[in-house]
Write a protein that binds this ligand. Structure first.
Ligand code: SAM
Length: 222
């Protein structure tokens, strides 16, 4: 892991404070625990060295394999919608850079994260271990199938767009559990939040978004 001087660390802390004020609070994110996690997690460590000075910008960035680290506001919006209090077991589909994983690990009991690209999973694992997170389980594979062996989950977050909400994920959600997932194709997507009540999923649309595709059995074809 690269070494940062105290002055560099201060610069990144200031950039994080500005990001939270101008991109996240300003757009209506209020959960103090989410804001605190976004202030704490060093987002610049989850992007390539060449992109570090852009890590706190108001946009997604490339992370390799044609994938992206999500825009900070979208990470905050999705996390807030999961309504985490600290004692939840959370499934994340699409580890990507591992940045969203770190935010979830700050806010819940245990995170189960699945990624389809070995390179991305291994890199995320390395960074998350080096930051000291011990409440994360990693899996390589098709997250559209969920993770049956360790289900059910209090909350599920999918960070790639699906044609519709995968049924295995609904099945693996606990009663009262929340799922947040972008739904749609490459031209038009909305962020959907679902809450499971008496075995049925009640959904609401949050806002239009633009994500890479969920590729898999209950996602799009390769
Ligand atoms: N949350 C991530 C972050 O903060 O960096 C952003 C992830 S990126 C927008 C979406 C990720 O979903 C990509 O890494 C992609 O490889 C992964 N993905 C796509 N389809 C998948 C599937 N069926 N199972 C697991 N991961 C998948």
């Amino acid at each position: 892991m690269q070494h940062f001087s105290e002055a560099e660390k201060d610069l990144y802390r200031v950039a994080r404070e500005k990001m939270v004020e101008t991109q996240i609070k300003a757009r209506g994110i209020k959960d103090p625990r989410v804001l605190q996690a976004m202030l704490k997690v060093p987002r610049h460590l989850f992007v390539d060295e060449a992109l570090r000075d852009q890590a706190y910008g108001d946009f997604p960035l490339p992370i390799g394999e044609g994938q992206t680290i999500s825009q900070p506001y979208i990470v905050a919006l999705m996390t807030e919608a999961l309504e985490l209090k600290g004692n939840e077991r959370v499934l994340e589909v699409g580890t990507g850079s591992g940045y969203q994983t770190a935010i979830l690990a700050e806010l819940s009991l245990w995170v189960y994260t699945i990624e389809k690209y070995p390179f991305l999973l291994e890199r995320a694992k390395k960074i998350l271990f080096s930051l000291g997170y011990k409440n994360i389980s990693f899996k390589l594979g098709d997250g559209s199938l969920g993770w049956k062996e360790v289900s059910p989950f209090d909350a599920i977050i999918v960070t790639a767009a699906a044609p519709k909400i995968p049924q295995p994920l609904i099945d693996q959600l606990l009663e009262g559990g929340r799922i947040v997932i972008p739904v749609g194709d490459e031209f038009s997507q909305v962020l959907v939040k679902g809450v499971k009540k008496e075995g049925k999923l009640y959904t609401q649309t949050l806002e239009p978004v633009r994500f890479v595709k969920l590729v898999g059995a209950y996602g799009f074809k390769e």
